[in-house]
Ligand binder design. Structure first.
Ligand code: CTP
Length: 438
């Protein structure tokens, strides 16, 4: 197959020089070579280094560490090295480079991470996922400029096929099921018939369930970064991959809801949060705090909705929504079919959520209210009154109520803030006097 002459960025040329100086070989391998052949822009540079040191592991690790330090000195980079896997990530100010030593892998049990042993490039290529990802291009001077393609990846690229390299592939590493679907949809390729048969057998025999939730979520996050993410999710659901992993039954409208969210401009974390709300998440799922809270809020939103439907005052809306994460509210508003509820959520986000209090704790201290719980309660009461006085209270709560546009509401609210503040302070004084009498 032809490919455009490769122009290497200076950092890669620099790395090549250093490796060569140490008598090693260096290859571009996997995604970048595939994308080069496909004339696609490759977002990252995956490189494999072969230092020819296959016997003494400790010496190899030292040599690799030494090389990584040299790269860092030269390019003002940082590195993270995983000696177990013989991989490293080099982080430069503007890019990341994945580096591995050529190796072979053995899987102690299906779906466990592999044990890694250094090996020459040819063996390294045979341990990879698909033929199209098992092509290398040597960058060191002794390379001929020809592609190293022992698995006939170029032919499969021409045939537009995703094909595994050995029959145990999906069992060793069931994340490859997700990857097969991702590449097939991304490139509009078919999954080769033998590969498809083995993929479906692995799904049917429950191999996805052996993966940790973390690894599955990683694959889903990768999918959600793709332009055709929804098609990929559709294929994943159709092939029952997640059902096999988690005994999960997708709701019938899940894909159309995701599509709706995407059409309305939802971002990737929004889509992920919506999906999470329908997954059977357990403690084992490694989620960020925001993801966990958003998921929880979305999963329980029906109960809030019932109250929100009845809420007439801005202060009640505020009270119902104030503890829910913004992302959950944005998502709920985007997919909510009931206009009145949608309006209340949007109104809260635009007009209530960040409203500064007209009367603060120091105002109350100044008029002689003592610090403590009572002060807190009075403040809350005053804030609720403020919201109901300064906000446009005619949010559509019934069909009969007229609605005005949001800017009008805000203008109506801000004009008499001084008066409302005075009124609130008066109320505060009265409340304290009452309390003192009691
Ligand atoms: N790989 C593999 N099995 C996996 C994951 C990765 O064999 N489960 C190999 C493939 O050869 C792949 C390479 O490691 O090409 C790098 O992996 P990754 O960066 O995840 O994939 P890319 O092919 O670069 O794909 P993308 O374009 O999505 O970055």
């Amino acid at each position: 197959m032809d490919f455009k002459p490769l122009s290497l960025p200076p950092v890669i040329t620099g790395i090549v020089r250093i490796v060569q100086h140490h008598g090693g070989r260096i290859f571009l391998v996997g995604g970048p070579v595939r994308d080069l052949l496909l004339n696609r822009v490759c977002p990252d540079w995956d490189i494999a280094i072969d230092l020819g040191e296959y016997q003494t592991r400790a010496r190899l690790e030292d040599k690799l560490r030494h090389l990584l330090r040299q790269f860092c000195q030269k390019f003002n980079a940082r590195f993270v090295f995983h000696p177990h896997f013989l991989t490293a990530t080099l982080t430069l100010p503007e890019q990341q480079i994945d580096i591995c030593h050529t190796r072979e892998e053995t899987y102690p049990r299906p779906a466990l991470l592999p044990l890694v042993k250094p090996a020459p490039l040819e063996r390294d290529l045979f341990r990879r996922d698909f033929t199209m990802n098992a092509i290398a291009l040597e960058l060191t001077a002794r390379g001929t400029g020809a592609l190293i393609d022992p698995c006939n990846g170029q032919q499969d690229i021409k045939l537009r096929l995703v094909r595994i390299i050995h029959p145990q592939s999906f069992i060793d590493d069931p994340t490859r099921i997700f990857r097969a679907i991702r590449f097939a949809v991304r490139l509009d390729y078919e999954i080769e018939s033998g590969t498809l048969y083995l993929m479906r057998a692995a799904i049917k025999n429950g191999y996805p369930a052996l993966l940790t939730p973390e690894r599955i979520l990683y694959e889903i996050r990768c999918i959600l970064k793709e332009r055709t993410a929804l098609k990929m999710l559709e294929a994943l659901i159709k092939e029952k991959v997640l059902q096999s992993a988690w005994q999960w039954q997708p709701s019938p409208e899940i894909l159309s809801r995701l599509q709706l969210l995407q059409n309305q401009g939802a971002d990737l974390p929004d889509l992920f949060a919506y999906l999470l709300a329908s997954f059977p998440v357990t403690e084992k799922f490694s989620l960020t705090r925001e993801e966990r809270e958003t998921r929880q809020a979305l999963a329980n939103f029906n109960a809030v909705k019932r109250k929100l439907r009845l809420a007439k005052r801005p202060s009640t809306i505020y009270h119902l929504l104030k503890n829910l994460p913004d992302r959950a509210l944005r998502i709920a508003a985007l997919i909510e079919p009931d206009t009145a509820i949608r309006e209340k959520i949007t109104y809260y986000l635009a007009n209530l959520k960040n409203r500064p209090a007209l009367v603060t704790a120091s105002d109350l201290l100044r008029i002689g209210i003592k610090p403590g719980r009572k002060l807190g309660t009075i403040l809350q009461k005053l804030f609720a009154l403020q919201l109901d006085r300064t906000s446009y209270a005619g949010i559509r709560t019934t069909r009969k109520t007229k609605t005005r546009s949001v800017p009008e509401r805000t203008a109506a609210g801000s004009s008499n803030e001084d008066e409302i503040r005075k009124e609130l302070l008066g109320i505060a004084r009265r409340l304290t006097r009452q309390k003192e009498k009691n």
